[in-house]
Write a protein that binds this ligand. Sequence first.
Ligand SMILES: [Zn+2]
Length: 124
Amino acid sequence: MTDTPQAIKKTCCKRVFHGRSFTGHPCGKPAKIEHDGKTYCGIHDPVRLKERNDAKVASERAHWARQREQNERAMVIVTENERRLALFDEMLETLKLASSIIGHPDDAVSQSIVELIAKAEGKS
Ligand SMILES: [Zn+2]
């Protein structure tokens, strides 16, 4: 825009809404830019509004993408924990069977099996 007296008088054409007004009223702030034949103040500049909105949408999409990745990682952990839990009883019974077969010699492996069984059964 030029700095002619006529241009200085131009005001923002954007309709704003306050309170209970359903029709709103023109912004009325001094126009700073002209876009598609209409004048706008710096706040209602449609190009800046679109840029800000696009940046906000991109930020929100990035946030939700990170959130989705976190949820997917959490589900992998939950699934793995459930898989391990499902094997617990079978592994404990196998350890008890191995312990009964090898007896209770004083070697480190046998002692580890006995201690592991006690831990698994909540006895240590
Ligand atoms: Zn305005």
